[in-house]
Structures are given as C-alpha cells and as structure tokens.
Design a protein around this ligand. Structure first.
Ligand SMILES: CC(C)(COP(=O)(O)OP(=O)(O)OC[C@H]1O[C@@H](n2cnc3c(N)ncnc32)[C@H](O)[C@@H]1OP(=O)(O)O)[C@@H](O)C(=O)NCCC(=O)NCCS
Length: 330
C-alpha cells in the first residue's frame, strides 16, 4: 500500500454552480437542425446552462468554491492549494486557478490548472490526495469548471446539443472531517485522443486576423467515444472495488459522468447495479465535462439521495482519453 493511501484524505465541503441562462432542446430546435425528441431519446438531455456574456469559467468556479468553503465551514484564507480542472480555461495563460484564487481573495496558495477533460474531478481527487499525503496540514480547494458553450460549433448538430456550462468545487483536507476518500484510480490512453478534440491551442498556428476553422470547436466521433466510455468506466469501477475488497453491493450510489443516459445505463448494467442506485441529472445540465461529477454530487446531496453513511462510487470518462473511479464514503 502506498503512503498516500494510508492518509485519511477527506472531502470536507462541496459546492456547485450552474449559470442562470438555460437552453432547452426546444430552444435549440429554433437554430439547429434537430428535435427535442431526437436529443432526449439518444441522450436523455433536456436542457443545459450557458454562461452569460462576460461570465467565464473562472467566475463559475469561484461561485462553486464559495459554496464549498461555506459547506466546509472554512474561510478562503485557510486554503493552501487551488487546483482547477478544465478543458475550457479563460486563457492559455494565466491559469484559471490563479483567476479563481484572485476572485476569492486568496494570495500565496499554490495554484494550477490541469486538463483531464470530463475526468477532471476524479483526477483532481487523486492529486489532492497526493498533496495532503505529502503535506498533511494542506487544505486543497479543487475546482472543476467548464465554459463548453464557448467552444461549440452550433452548425454541428452531432456535438452542439450535448454540452453545457457549470462548475463544481470541493475542499480536501486530512483533518478528519467530511467524506472519506477511500480510494481513487485514474487511467488514460493517448492513442485515442483524436476521437474527441477542442482546438484553440498552438497546434493550429493562427495568424492575426485568420478565421477559426472547424477544429477550433468540439469535434467528436460519438459512436467510438460511446464504446470506449462504457468499457473503461465499467472496468475501472470494478478495479477500484476489487482492490478494496468490495463489490457493487457495497455501493449505495453510483455517480457516473453525466454524458449520455445510454452510456450511464450501459455502465450500470455491466456493474450489475439497479437503476435506482444510479444518480442521473444530465437531463437538467447536459454534459458539463469536468464539472459533471461534482455537480451531480451536490445535486444528489441537495435532493437527499446522497446521505451521510452512504458509500458513493464515482466513475468518469473523457477526452484524452482519460478515465477514473473513486470511492467516497459520506
Ligand atoms: C452523439 C450520440 C448521441 C449520437 O447518437 P447515435 O445513436 O450514435 O447517432 P448517430 O451518430 O449514429 O446518428 C444517427 C443519425 O442522427 C443524426 N443526428 C446526429 N445528431 C443529431 C441531432 N442533434 N439531431 C437530429 N439528428 C441528429 C445523424 O446525422 C444520423 O443521421 P443519418 O442516419 O441520416 O446519417 C452518441 O454517439 C453519443 O452519445 N456518443 C457519446 C458522446 C459523448 O457522450 N461524448 C462525451 C463523452 S465524455
């Protein structure tokens, strides 16, 4: 067993934020060649939230962080590390974590972004666990925030109907309070990265005044992503259970990445967990990538579906490809 697994790493506070502006499938029907019926039957999504003009991923993260800090009963000044998961940062530089830090009035924390796409929150739990293992007095603010509607090609109906904006946040410490992070496992396969991309990086060397191309936006081979998502989310969930001597019967609630209801159902079937123990809120928010799992946790707690004493299994999959699973005992 590694040193980091011996430290009792806990998630002490949770917060979530979705922008006020809501785009329903019926709204999309007005400017995309699609129907509410197609979107709901193929994905389960009914609406998604969209950041207001001038509101960015860092603003959403800061809102979620304030709620997580309040939930933890902590002040911003107590935070030692701000780590932020996003694939839609405000800028390439400065990093979004520094922007969040400034918005919260934190100075002097270690602050950085990382990109594991939709697996960002679970990857973040793994990093936070490593930080508190190395530095037990650390108080880590993990934010996971996305401004995906800023990178959607509204002429591409195969992708633009799927995604939404939002943010989640957690405070992670080793001070004995909060939900116990029993274990977390992360994995990836970079060979498959081309199946789900968002441009805007230096790969495409735009000159001043150049129009952006299709590669600037989300591009995806949906069918292939679907297959890999089901296979890997189920497999890594089984792995994390097995290495802790647990079975799916020991899990009170599966909280999967909210990408597509059919993916979630297929993962649930492979794991053999009844549908009433699988949390779903994608009909309200769409696919919010890194923010998806913390938004679902906050929603499940608010709805009373996730309660103290329950063990949750988190399972994620995203561009990269990346995937992960975590066991959180509330
Ligand atoms: C994207 C996804 C919903 C498409 O569902 P699908 O059943 O595979 O649908 P297909 O891509 O085979 O398309 C079927 C038809 O619907 C059409 N279609 C695609 N998007 C449409 C839309 N928004 N509205 C109406 N029709 C649409 C296609 O053009 C195609 O038409 P054709 O048969 O005339 O060519 C599905 O592949 C998926 O969810 N994949 C995973 C995506 C995901 O969640 N990614 C993020 C993971 S982190």
């Amino acid at each position: 067993m590694t040193a980091s697994r011996d430290i009792a790493c806990r998630v002490r506070g949770f917060g979530a934020y979705t922008p006020v502006d809501v785009l329903t499938n019926f709204d999309l029907e007005k400017f995309v060649e699609t129907t509410d019926e197609w979107i709901t039957t193929r994905t389960g999504i009914r609406q998604r939230h969209r950041l207001a003009e001038g509101q960015n991923a860092s603003d959403a993260a800061a809102e979620a962080a304030r709620l997580a800090l309040a939930d933890a009963g902590m002040e911003p000044g107590e935070i030692t590390h701000v780590i932020n998961a996003t694939c839609t940062p405000d800028y390439l530089c400065p990093n979004t974590a520094c922007l969040v830090e400034a918005k919260l009035g934190i100075v002097g924390a270690m602050a950085f972004d990382f990109n594991a796409a939709c697996s960002g929150y679970v990857y973040g739990l793994s990093m936070a666990r490593a930080i508190v293992a190395a530095q037990p007095e650390a108080r880590v603010l993990l934010t996971a925030t996305e401004a995906l509607t800023r990178r959607l090609n509204w002429a591409d109906r195969t992708t633009c109907v799927l995604f939404g904006d939002g943010a989640g946040a957690s405070v992670i410490t080793a001070d004995g309070q909060g939900a116990l992070l029993e274990d977390v496992l992360c994995a990836s396969d970079g060979n498959l990265g081309g199946l789900l991309t968002i441009g805007g990086g230096t790969h495409t060397p735009y000159a001043k005044g150049d129009p952006v191309g299709d590669d600037f936006f989300v591009q995806m081979n949906g069918r292939d992503v679907f297959k890999h998502a089901v296979r890997n989310m189920a497999a890594i969930s089984q792995d994390v259970l097995a290495r802790n001597g647990l079975t799916i019967d020991d899990v009170a609630l599966l909280i999967p990445h909210q990408a597509n209801l059919r993916i979630i159902e297929a993962v649930g079937d492979r794991l053999g967990i009844p549908a009433d123990r699988v949390f779903v809120n994608l009909h309200e928010v769409g696919n919010t990538s890194a923010a998806s799992v913390p938004l679902a946790i906050a929603d499940a707690r608010a709805k009373g579906v996730l309660r103290p004493g329950m063990r949750a299994l988190l399972a994620t999959f995203g561009g990269g490809f990346t995937w992960g699973a975590a066991l959180l005992h509330f």
